[in-house]
Structure formats: structure tokens, C-alpha cells
Design a protein around this ligand. Structure first.
Ligand code: URA
Length: 197
């Protein structure tokens, strides 16, 4: 059994939060164990809860298109969320839920060891770019401990606000060149206090 499959078994048994009782399926994440890029969203929605897979609703279809625009399929990257169960009624995750769930994301990152982490959405941003505003830092990268952290608007944002589509698509197109020159990107001088690690 692969390290990720073992982790999925553990995640499926997790009952730390009240929302675990109401979930239809847990949504641990999916993709390649040796992926270079990890996309980290917020939380499963209705479609994800039905299928047990991340980003399979309308925002997910758009994510697939964005991936195709840089010649990738979802099986070649890794896609996960900050929390693994759907908050009822699509409410925002509670701080306690984020706190309880963070061990799983930390272990996913440890197993996959991605070259690049793409934060998508408010909670993912808070974790990897604390105190920063997406409108200011989208499309920019920071390298810390040999990992490139990259901030993008959540794909759902483009579904609500058409004007963001172009920005999101342009930010996506920057990913291949960032990865290609990963070795040459300067590490951040000021070590940043991450919320998560
Ligand atoms: N939005 C997210 O942040 N994650 C999903 O899996 C689906 C929609």
C-alpha cells in the first residue's frame, strides 16, 4: 500500500469534527504521489462530498481547463483542500475544523514533497500567505525551504466574477516557467511565520 493510500485510510476514519458525522464521503485529495505541483483549495462542496473527490463541481471543471492550458491533466498534479469534510450548507470552515484537519494536509505535503504549492482560496491563503491579500499577491511566488508558494484566485471566483477569468488564466500560464526556473528563484530573506508549520 502506498503512503498516500495509507493516509487516506486514516483520514477516512477521522471523526474529530462534528461535520464528519454529516459527510456523505470524506474528500482527502487525489493525484500523483510524486507530483511537482500541489493545488490546495478550501473545502469540499456538494459535488465533492457526493463523489469523495476534490474539485469535481463547476469550479473543478474550470480547474481542469486551467490545467489543460499548461498541458497538464489532474492525474499529473496533486489536488487537496484545507479541510477534508464538507461544512454543511457550504458554510465557511470553523477555526477548530481547520486546526483539526491540518495534520492531514501536513502529511500530504510531507509525502508528496511538491516543488510548488498553489494556494487557492481564502483559507489556503491564510495558511500559506498569512496577512496577505489575494488581490495584491495573486500571480506572485515566494520560495521558502526550497518550495515555491504561489497564490491564485480560487477558480470559483471566476464563475461568480467573469472579470477575474483573464487574471486567473494569466496567473496559471506563469506556472510552467516558475517551475522550470525553480532552482534559480531566490529564497525569501525574511523567514515567514506560517500559520500552519
Ligand atoms: N472548492 C474548493 O475549495 N474545493 C473543492 O474541492 C471544491 C470547491
Amino acid at each position: 500500500m502506498s503512503a498516500l493510500s495509507e493516509l487516506y485510510t486514516e483520514i477516512a476514519l477521522c471523526q474529530q469534527c462534528e461535520i464528519a458525522k454529516y459527510r456523505n464521503k470524506v474528500v482527502p485529495g487525489e493525484g500523483a504521489e510524486d507530483a511537482d505541483i500541489m493545488f490546495i483549495g478550501e473545502a469540499p462542496g456538494w459535488h465533492e462530498d457526493q463523489q469523495g473527490r476534490p474539485f469535481v463541481g463547476p469550479a473543478g471543471k474550470y480547474l481542469d481547463e486551467l490545467l489543460a492550458s499548461i498541458g497538464l491533466r489532474r492525474e499529473q498534479v496533486y489536488i487537496a483542500n484545507v479541510i477534508k469534510c464538507r461544512p454543511h450548507g457550504n458554510r465557511d470552515p470553523l477555526p477548530m475544523e481547520i486546526q483539526n484537519c491540518r495534520q492531514w494536509l501536513e502529511r500530504q505535503i510531507e509525502i508528496i514533497r511538491p516543488k510548488m504549492i498553489v494556494a487557492r482560496g481564502r483559507y489556503s491563503m491564510t495558511m500559506f500567505f498569512p496577512g496577505k491579500s489575494i488581490s495584491k499577491i495573486h500571480g506572485t511566488a515566494q520560495k521558502r525551504d526550497n518550495v515555491i508558494y504561489y497564490a491564485m484566485y480560487h477558480p470559483a471566483a471566476a464563475l461568480h466574477q467573469q472579470s477575474l477569468r483573464r487574471t486567473i488564466e494569466e496567473d496559471m500560464l506563469k506556472i510552467p516557467s516558475l517551475l522550470a526556473r525553480a532552482e534559480t528563484i531566490q529564497e525569501e530573506q525574511q523567514p515567514q511565520q506560517l500559520t500552519m508549520f
